[in-house]
Design a protein around this ligand. Sequence first.
Ligand code: SF4
Length: 243
Amino acid sequence: MSRVNMTDNIKVKSRKLFTNKDLESEDDSAKRLRAREILERLQKRFPNAKIALKYNNSIQLLVAVILSAQCTDKKVNEVTNSLFRKYKTARDFASASLAVFEREIHSTGFFRAKARNIIAACKTIDSRFKGKLPKTMAEMLTLPGIARKSANVILGNAYGVVEGIAVDTHVIRISQRLGLTKFSDPVKIERDLIELIPQNKWFGATYKIIEHGRNICDAKKPKCSLCPLKDICPSAFNLSNWE
Ligand code: SF4
Protein backbone atom coordinates (compact mmCIF):
# COMPACT_ATOMS: atom_id res chain seq x y z
CA MET A 1 0.00 0.00 0.00
CA SER A 2 1.38 3.44 -0.87
CA ARG A 3 2.21 5.90 1.84
CA VAL A 4 -0.60 8.20 0.70
CA ASN A 5 -3.16 5.41 1.00
CA MET A 6 -1.77 4.38 4.35
CA THR A 7 -2.10 7.90 5.75
CA ASP A 8 -5.59 8.17 4.28
CA ASN A 9 -6.56 4.94 5.98
CA ILE A 10 -5.34 6.19 9.32
CA LYS A 11 -7.14 9.50 8.77
CA VAL A 12 -10.38 7.65 8.17
CA LYS A 13 -9.89 5.89 11.51
CA SER A 14 -8.78 9.13 13.10
CA ARG A 15 -12.13 10.86 12.85
CA LYS A 16 -13.01 9.17 16.12
CA LEU A 17 -10.94 7.73 18.90
CA PHE A 18 -9.39 4.34 18.37
CA THR A 19 -11.07 2.15 20.98
CA ASN A 20 -10.31 -1.18 22.60
CA LYS A 21 -13.00 -2.63 20.34
CA ASP A 22 -11.09 -1.35 17.30
CA LEU A 23 -7.99 -2.95 18.77
CA GLU A 24 -9.70 -6.31 19.14
CA SER A 25 -10.72 -6.35 15.49
CA GLU A 26 -7.38 -5.00 14.20
CA ASP A 27 -5.55 -7.51 11.99
CA ASP A 28 -1.78 -7.78 11.59
CA SER A 29 -1.51 -5.58 8.52
CA ALA A 30 -3.68 -2.83 10.03
CA LYS A 31 -1.58 -2.95 13.20
CA ARG A 32 1.56 -2.65 11.10
CA LEU A 33 0.17 0.44 9.38
CA ARG A 34 -0.81 1.96 12.72
CA ALA A 35 2.66 1.25 14.14
CA ARG A 36 4.24 3.04 11.16
CA GLU A 37 1.91 5.99 11.57
CA ILE A 38 2.80 6.16 15.26
CA LEU A 39 6.50 6.31 14.42
CA GLU A 40 6.01 8.92 11.72
CA ARG A 41 4.14 11.16 14.13
CA LEU A 42 6.75 10.67 16.84
CA GLN A 43 9.47 11.45 14.30
CA LYS A 44 7.74 14.77 13.59
CA ARG A 45 7.36 15.55 17.30
CA PHE A 46 10.84 14.36 18.36
CA PRO A 47 13.08 14.65 15.28
CA ASN A 48 16.28 14.81 17.33
CA ALA A 49 15.58 11.98 19.76
CA LYS A 50 18.77 10.11 20.65
CA ILE A 51 20.57 8.49 23.54
CA ALA A 52 20.88 10.87 26.51
CA LEU A 53 23.89 9.17 28.12
CA LYS A 54 27.26 10.90 27.65
CA TYR A 55 30.44 8.98 26.78
CA ASN A 56 33.66 9.37 24.81
CA ASN A 57 34.17 5.85 23.52
CA SER A 58 32.38 2.50 23.23
CA ILE A 59 33.73 1.10 26.52
CA GLN A 60 32.46 4.15 28.40
CA LEU A 61 29.12 3.72 26.62
CA LEU A 62 28.91 0.16 27.96
CA VAL A 63 29.71 1.41 31.46
CA ALA A 64 27.14 4.24 31.24
CA VAL A 65 24.47 1.79 30.06
CA ILE A 66 25.16 -0.58 33.00
CA LEU A 67 25.04 2.38 35.41
CA SER A 68 21.71 3.54 33.96
CA ALA A 69 19.78 0.50 35.24
CA GLN A 70 17.20 1.76 37.77
CA CYS A 71 18.77 5.23 37.57
CA THR A 72 18.08 8.38 35.57
CA ASP A 73 20.35 9.28 32.65
CA LYS A 74 20.84 12.70 34.30
CA LYS A 75 22.29 11.13 37.45
CA VAL A 76 24.48 8.77 35.40
CA ASN A 77 25.86 11.73 33.44
CA GLU A 78 26.66 13.56 36.68
CA VAL A 79 28.60 10.55 37.97
CA THR A 80 30.39 9.74 34.71
CA ASN A 81 31.44 13.36 34.24
CA SER A 82 34.35 12.76 36.63
CA LEU A 83 34.48 8.94 36.40
CA PHE A 84 35.29 9.00 32.69
CA ARG A 85 38.23 11.32 33.24
CA LYS A 86 39.79 8.62 35.40
CA TYR A 87 38.73 5.46 33.52
CA LYS A 88 38.86 5.37 29.72
CA THR A 89 39.77 1.90 28.45
CA ALA A 90 38.53 -1.60 29.24
CA ARG A 91 41.80 -2.21 31.08
CA ASP A 92 41.30 0.94 33.21
CA PHE A 93 37.91 -0.37 34.39
CA ALA A 94 39.17 -3.98 34.66
CA SER A 95 41.98 -2.87 36.98
CA ALA A 96 39.79 -0.71 39.23
CA SER A 97 39.68 -1.46 42.95
CA LEU A 98 36.20 -2.84 43.65
CA ALA A 99 35.86 -0.90 46.91
CA VAL A 100 36.97 2.40 45.35
CA PHE A 101 34.80 1.90 42.27
CA GLU A 102 31.75 1.10 44.42
CA ARG A 103 32.23 4.43 46.19
CA GLU A 104 32.63 6.28 42.91
CA ILE A 105 29.34 4.99 41.47
CA HIS A 106 27.46 4.75 44.76
CA SER A 107 24.86 7.41 43.93
CA THR A 108 23.57 5.53 40.86
CA GLY A 109 22.08 2.83 43.12
CA PHE A 110 22.63 -0.95 43.09
CA PHE A 111 26.28 0.03 43.19
CA ARG A 112 27.64 -3.35 44.36
CA ALA A 113 26.15 -5.34 41.48
CA LYS A 114 26.96 -2.59 38.97
CA ALA A 115 30.59 -2.32 40.09
CA ARG A 116 31.01 -6.08 39.99
CA ASN A 117 29.47 -6.34 36.52
CA ILE A 118 31.41 -3.41 35.04
CA ILE A 119 34.75 -4.71 36.28
CA ALA A 120 33.96 -8.30 35.19
CA ALA A 121 32.66 -7.19 31.76
CA CYS A 122 35.77 -5.08 31.16
CA LYS A 123 38.04 -7.95 32.27
CA THR A 124 36.30 -10.16 29.67
CA ILE A 125 36.64 -7.47 26.99
CA ASP A 126 40.30 -6.97 27.86
CA SER A 127 41.18 -10.68 27.82
CA ARG A 128 38.82 -12.22 25.22
CA PHE A 129 38.22 -9.32 22.85
CA LYS A 130 41.63 -7.58 22.98
CA GLY A 131 40.22 -4.54 24.74
CA LYS A 132 37.61 -3.84 22.04
CA LEU A 133 33.86 -3.92 22.54
CA PRO A 134 32.40 -6.93 20.68
CA LYS A 135 30.29 -6.23 17.61
CA THR A 136 27.62 -8.95 17.75
CA MET A 137 24.62 -9.60 19.96
CA ALA A 138 25.81 -13.15 20.71
CA GLU A 139 29.18 -11.88 21.97
CA MET A 140 27.65 -8.97 23.88
CA LEU A 141 25.37 -11.36 25.75
CA THR A 142 28.44 -13.19 27.14
CA LEU A 143 29.40 -10.05 29.10
CA PRO A 144 28.33 -9.92 32.77
CA GLY A 145 25.45 -7.50 33.35
CA ILE A 146 24.47 -7.26 29.67
CA ALA A 147 21.03 -8.42 28.50
CA ARG A 148 19.33 -7.77 25.15
CA LYS A 149 18.11 -4.26 25.97
CA SER A 150 21.58 -3.02 26.92
CA ALA A 151 23.21 -4.88 24.03
CA ASN A 152 20.82 -3.26 21.55
CA VAL A 153 21.57 0.21 22.93
CA ILE A 154 25.32 -0.34 22.97
CA LEU A 155 25.67 -2.01 19.56
CA GLY A 156 23.41 0.53 17.86
CA ASN A 157 25.14 3.58 19.30
CA ALA A 158 28.71 2.27 19.18
CA TYR A 159 28.73 0.59 15.78
CA GLY A 160 25.40 1.19 14.06
CA VAL A 161 24.82 -2.57 14.47
CA VAL A 162 21.07 -3.06 14.86
CA GLU A 163 19.97 -6.57 15.74
CA GLY A 164 16.76 -5.67 17.54
CA ILE A 165 14.83 -2.96 19.39
CA ALA A 166 15.93 -1.81 22.84
CA VAL A 167 12.94 -2.22 25.16
CA ASP A 168 13.22 -0.16 28.33
CA THR A 169 10.55 0.85 30.84
CA HIS A 170 9.14 3.60 28.57
CA VAL A 171 8.99 1.27 25.56
CA ILE A 172 7.26 -1.40 27.66
CA ARG A 173 4.61 1.01 29.00
CA ILE A 174 3.92 2.82 25.73
CA SER A 175 3.82 -0.32 23.56
CA GLN A 176 1.23 -1.74 25.94
CA ARG A 177 -0.85 1.46 26.05
CA LEU A 178 -0.80 1.71 22.28
CA GLY A 179 -1.95 -1.90 21.99
CA LEU A 180 1.17 -2.95 20.08
CA THR A 181 1.77 -5.80 22.51
CA LYS A 182 -0.04 -7.70 25.22
CA PHE A 183 3.14 -8.87 26.90
CA SER A 184 5.09 -7.43 29.83
CA ASP A 185 8.27 -9.44 29.24
CA PRO A 186 10.73 -7.17 27.32
CA VAL A 187 11.98 -10.00 25.10
CA LYS A 188 8.43 -10.84 23.98
CA ILE A 189 7.62 -7.14 23.50
CA GLU A 190 10.72 -6.78 21.34
CA ARG A 191 9.53 -9.73 19.22
CA ASP A 192 6.14 -8.05 18.72
CA LEU A 193 7.70 -4.69 17.80
CA ILE A 194 10.12 -6.28 15.37
CA GLU A 195 7.13 -7.72 13.51
CA LEU A 196 5.42 -4.33 13.36
CA ILE A 197 8.26 -1.90 12.66
CA PRO A 198 10.42 -1.89 9.51
CA GLN A 199 14.02 -2.87 10.24
CA ASN A 200 15.47 0.47 9.17
CA LYS A 201 13.40 2.15 11.91
CA TRP A 202 14.31 -0.21 14.78
CA PHE A 203 17.18 1.87 16.14
CA GLY A 204 15.39 5.23 16.09
CA ALA A 205 12.11 3.81 17.38
CA THR A 206 13.50 3.31 20.88
CA TYR A 207 14.59 6.93 21.29
CA LYS A 208 11.41 8.44 19.87
CA ILE A 209 9.30 6.30 22.19
CA ILE A 210 11.51 7.18 25.18
CA GLU A 211 11.15 10.92 24.42
CA HIS A 212 7.42 10.45 24.08
CA GLY A 213 7.38 8.72 27.47
CA ARG A 214 9.42 11.44 29.12
CA ASN A 215 7.49 14.34 27.64
CA ILE A 216 3.91 13.18 27.07
CA CYS A 217 2.99 9.59 27.92
CA ASP A 218 4.14 9.81 31.53
CA ALA A 219 3.79 6.66 33.66
CA LYS A 220 1.40 8.28 36.14
CA LYS A 221 -0.02 11.30 34.34
CA PRO A 222 -0.11 10.87 30.57
CA LYS A 223 -0.94 14.13 28.77
CA CYS A 224 -3.42 12.58 26.34
CA SER A 225 -4.94 15.91 25.34
CA LEU A 226 -1.51 17.04 24.04
CA CYS A 227 -0.59 13.69 22.54
CA PRO A 228 -0.04 13.42 18.77
CA LEU A 229 -1.24 9.79 18.98
CA LYS A 230 -4.49 10.33 20.85
CA ASP A 231 -6.69 9.36 17.88
CA ILE A 232 -4.84 6.10 17.24
CA CYS A 233 -4.24 5.02 20.86
CA PRO A 234 -6.74 2.67 22.56
CA SER A 235 -5.69 3.99 25.99
CA ALA A 236 -6.32 7.67 25.24
CA PHE A 237 -8.29 9.32 28.02
CA ASN A 238 -8.90 5.91 29.51
CA LEU A 239 -8.03 6.30 33.18
CA SER A 240 -8.39 2.61 33.96
CA ASN A 241 -5.37 1.93 31.75
CA TRP A 242 -3.15 4.23 33.80
CA GLU A 243 -3.65 2.67 37.20
S1 SF4 B 1 -0.41 10.05 26.16
FE1 SF4 B 1 -2.43 9.07 26.17
S2 SF4 B 1 -3.04 9.05 24.01
FE2 SF4 B 1 -0.83 9.38 24.05
S3 SF4 B 1 0.08 7.36 23.85
FE3 SF4 B 1 -0.07 7.82 26.05
S4 SF4 B 1 -2.04 6.93 26.73
FE4 SF4 B 1 -2.07 7.06 24.45
